[in-house]
Design a protein around this ligand. Structure first.
Ligand code: NAD
Length: 250
């Protein structure tokens, strides 16, 4: 079955779309006919990947900045005249033992992984409503309902993503806006690379996932594509595991 065109005529915003999972989501969306505003931090040449792709507009923007919601939504309206799908993907991981986690690290990770989702989603809702409905897809994690060593702060943010997504799903359903969160397991990206530098970490996750491997960003993008389509119109408030079965393997 051809899957091209499943997002024809749709407009998406993908934060953190300059690398890893976010970039794979942007590629999947434009391959399926969407126009996408890609948002990522200034200072790195992430835009070159999208050069020559007319369906993509790039915006250098820190999602934690005070004016980020207005800037992001404003840029999307200016470029594409509407909004159907918001993917809150930008995120960081901090690997630190609980007693060594600093206040500064705590504030930073909460700001990017949680507060920025709250603020940008609020700015997006009037525009989704204006289109008669839409999709909000947040990046949770296998850590949205589990924990791991040196990941207390990160796990807190991903549990918060689950709670926020469920609450938004309840409040926004009346506008035909679905809100879901993805729960990737271990995926090869820049974020996970420092953890993968430890060969025991790789071995652990390869064994934990019944599929026997670390995931690729494209594995997660396939689920993000499904959630964005019309076929997913009755899926809301759900956490979708994309972890090769790791979370259920004890
Ligand atoms: P990544 O580092 O490759 O990509 C994250 C992107 O977010 C980067 O391009 C980064 O520049 C951007 N970003 C970070 N802070 C930002 C800010 N303040 N403003 C704008 N952009 C910002 O990592 P990834 O693995 O692709 O992560 C994407 C999402 O997936 C994250 O929310 C992460 O927590 C989640 N996730 C990843 C894994 C994994 O194993 N890689 C597992 C579970 C969940």
């Amino acid at each position: 079955m051809s899957t091209a065109g499943r997002l024809s005529g749709k407009v998406a915003i993908v934060t953190g779309g300059g690398s890893g999972i976010g970039r794979a989501i942007v590629d999947a969306y434009i391959a399926n006919g969407a126009n996408v505003l890609v948002v990522d931090l200034p200072g790195r040449d992430w835009q070159s990947h999208f050069k020559g792709k007319a369906a993509v507009m790039c915006l250098e923007q820190d999602v934690t900045a005070r004016d980020a919601p207005d800037n992001v939504v404003g840029a999307c309206m200016k470029a594409f005249g509407g909004l159907d799908i918001l993917v809150n993907n930008a995120g960081i991981a901090i690997g630190a033992q609980f007693e060594e986690t600093t206040d500064e690290q705590w504030d930073r990770i909460l700001g990017i992984n949680v507060t920025a989702i709250f603020r940008l989603s609020k700015a997006a809702v009037p525009h989704l409503r204006a289109r008669g409905g839409g999709r909000i897809i947040n990046l949770g994690s296998i850590m949205s309902n589990t924990a791991g060593p040196s990941l207390a702060a990160y796990g807190t943010t991903k549990h918060a993503v689950a709670g926020l997504s469920k609450g938004m799903a309840v409040d926004l359903g009346k506008y035909k806006i679905t809100v879901n969160y993805l729960q990737p397991g271990s995926i090869w990206t820049a974020l996970s690379q420092p953890f993968f530098d430890d060969p025991n970490f790789v071995k652990y996750w390869e064994a934990k996932a019944p599929m026997g491997r670390i995931g690729d960003p494209e594995d997660v993008a396939a689920a993000a594509l499904f959630l964005a389509t019309d076929e997913a119109k009755f899926v809301s408030g759900a956490g979708i595991a994309v972890d090769g079965g790791a979370a259920v393997n004890f």
